[in-house]
Design a protein around this ligand. Sequence first.
Ligand code: CP
Length: 310
Amino acid sequence: MNRKKNKEIQDLISWENWKSQDIHDLILLAEKIKNNPSSYANTLMGHFMFMIFQKTSTRTRVSFEIGMTEMGGKAVYLDWDKTNFQLTPIQYETAYLSSHSSVIVARMKKHEDLLKLREGAEVPVINGCCNIYHPCQALADMFTIYEDRGSIKGVKLLYVGVYNNVVNSLVELACIFGVHLHLVCPICPKEVVDNKMREKLKENGLLTESLDLKQAIKDADYIYTDTWIDMEFFGQKQYKDLQEERVKIMLPYQVNQEVLQNTNAKILHDMPIHLNYEITKEVVESPRSLILKQASNRLHVQKAILDFLI
Ligand code: CP
């Protein structure tokens, strides 16, 4: 029960192994779909999509469900804890799901479990965020930049925060689109960082890493930040020490009014926002914040990904 039957299936686990042209085309397709959604209303008629989620979600779940529905297909959401995935090898359950669907979106806690899930699937699997990558988010981020300035190549993107799954996906897409990525990441968990892609970006002269936020913001077109602790751990008693330690290290790197005053850069955040940790209210709500646009762009990008893969 594995992929041997059909090795040609294309998944979106990360952007590795995707053709550069296809990724560029996805941006243009997302733009077309956003500008003229009714032209794509029946594109996925008769197609089913399963969404299996081990973790909570607002944007990923909503945008995929609405996207599939608006394109004429049907999305079925499965809460991991209410399924029998826990009782059996993951790939057997996925093999069953793929017999009734055209695509599967999965949000898994561990990347290795996502790969097991993919092993059983005879349809494309889309990573709806695992501990190592968040490919759909990063494409929506690039699309938001594209929409804001009309092109992506050469843009200077500063990410300040803990090195996480979103950063790995931003690094992959920075290579593809020719984005100058400046990482100010005082905490880089070694089990998360995808060194292969980071090195590639560095070789291409597109990666700067430093801990000097004041200096870094001077040169940035966009400043991007994200949660300092995995969202499923946030506020949990057993992660209190980890949270306190991270807050202590990260507070000098908060994106706040002082940061805003020293730059004309626009502000990105993938949400959910932890107010007064990584970012403050004035910044979230400032005219330079693209955060809500960035979140709502998930829909158009997701539709483009579904259209391409199905
Ligand atoms: N940014 C993001 O993936 O949001 P959700 O966790 O709410 O899906």
